[in-house]
Design a binder for this molecule. Structure first.
Ligand code: ATP
Ligand code: MG
Ligand code: FE
Length: 352
């Protein structure tokens, strides 16, 4: 089956065409992403109104490009999928309405995809990966450890109680006068820094649950920056390195707790899978590898361009749902808040 996928939940506008064969193997026919970073950089973060307008201006052209690069006509689509949430309401309306128009005109099924479900299933697009597996999702808006048991079947084992990890990187960058988005900037600066110079807190470490908390760490960075002001380049590098080391320690500990919870409830996971922009951080990637090995499981790390927001993951989640006949009606509503564990499940139990 061939599915067109649209992504407009935040500050990426994206369209992609993917194919899923009868054995469940995936192939990306096209994957076009326009990142609005330049539009938002001056504000140090995503401005919802600017994002919504940019989606409107760009999306049609991206869809045409995705179809052209895939070498397919609309008539050949088996479905059109759009991310219907969670995300910023303006962008959701743009993507979902566009998908509905295509569904209506070309008489093809609509699939309203949960953006988090798309992150959760992406690894199966490029890997032969059976259920169940343990997902670590760390992006600008989310930080979760999820048991992925089947299509539509997710159990959240841990989540952040305040900021997401990516958001903490972004805010730390802002505090220290580095560029937006902060993740890559902090990682770069940290390479020249001493991770042991500042003793920053490691919130949540040692707890039996698998939750995260970033706000105390973020505040500690700000207070330390104020204490050291004016900041030299070395101070900034040392603060970045110390912050990143604290995050890494927390992630290591939280993953250990999360994998333990997984094991107790669902047995041995087939893999530890990472997704989200934070998973492109080299220090985090190294510890993910070690954490997986520790738990006696393999690490599956999709390519960075499939970890961050993209259309292929939406198209793929659409294809996985279509395989179970899980389509939506044209009155499907955008859902700014849409917890992963509340998506509709297939009636048939899922198979690997
Ligand atoms: P969501 O997927 O939750 O809707 P999002 O679209 O903002 O949010 P992504 O595009 O997956 O998330 O990732 C962007 C986030 O990842 C930003 O917060 C960014 O700072 C962070 N990030 C990107 N690269 C790195 C890196 N090398 N190290 C740490 N964080 C990073
Ligand atoms: Mg983004
Ligand atoms: Fe995302």
């Amino acid at each position: 089956m061939i599915v067109l996928g649209l992504e407009t939940t935040c500050d990426e506008t994206a369209a992609a065409v993917v194919e899923r064969d009868d054995d469940g193997r995936g192939r990306i026919l096209s994957n076009v992403v326009f990142s609005q970073i330049d539009e938002h950089a001056a504000f140090g973060g995503v401005v919802p109104e600017i994002a919504a307008r940019a989606h409107v201006e760009i999306l049609d052209g991206l869809i045409a490009q995705a179809m052209r690069e895939a070498g397919r006509h609309f008539a050949e689509l088996d479905a059109v999928a759009a991310a219907a949430g969670p995300g910023l309401i303006g962008g959701l309306i743009v993507g979902l309405t566009t998908a509905k128009a295509i569904a209506l005109v070309h008489e093809t099924p609509l699939i309203a995809v949960n953006h988090l479900e798309a992150h959760a299933l992406t690894a199966r697009l490029t890997n032969d990966l059976p259920f169940p597996y343990c997902l670590f999702l760390a992006s600008g808006g989310h930080t979760q450890i999820v048991a992925v048991l089947g299509v539509g079947d997710y159990v959240r084992l841990g989540t952040t109680r305040d900021d997401a990890i990516g958001e903490a990187f972004d805010k730390t960058a802002k505090t220290l006068g580095l560029d937006y988005p902060g993740g890559p900037a902090v990682e770069r600066a940290a390479r020249q820094g001493d991770p042991a110079r500042f003793a920053l807190p490691r919130p949540m470490v040692g707890r039996p649950d698998a939750d995260f908390s970033l706000s105390g760490l973020k505040t500690a960075v700000r207070l330390e920056a104020e204490r050291q002001a004016p900041l030299s380049d070395q101070d900034v590098a040392d603060l970045c390195a110390s912050f990143q080391a604290a995050v890494a320690d927390m992630v290591r500990d939280r993953l250990r707790a999360g994998l333990k919870l997984f094991h107790e409830r669902f047995g041995q996971p087939m893999a530890l899978v990472a997704a989200g922009g934070v998973a492109s951080n080299q220090v985090i990637r190294a510890l993910l590898n070690a954490s997986a090995l520790d738990g006696g499981t393999v690490l599956v790390l999709p390519k960075p361009e499939l970890c961050t927001d993209n259309g292929a993951m939406i198209a793929w989640a659409g294809a996985e749902r279509l395989a179970y006949g899980l389509t939506d009606t044209l009155d499907a509503a955008p859902r700014p808040r849409w917890p992963l564990d509340s998506v509709r499940k297939p009636i048939e139990p899922s198979v690997g």
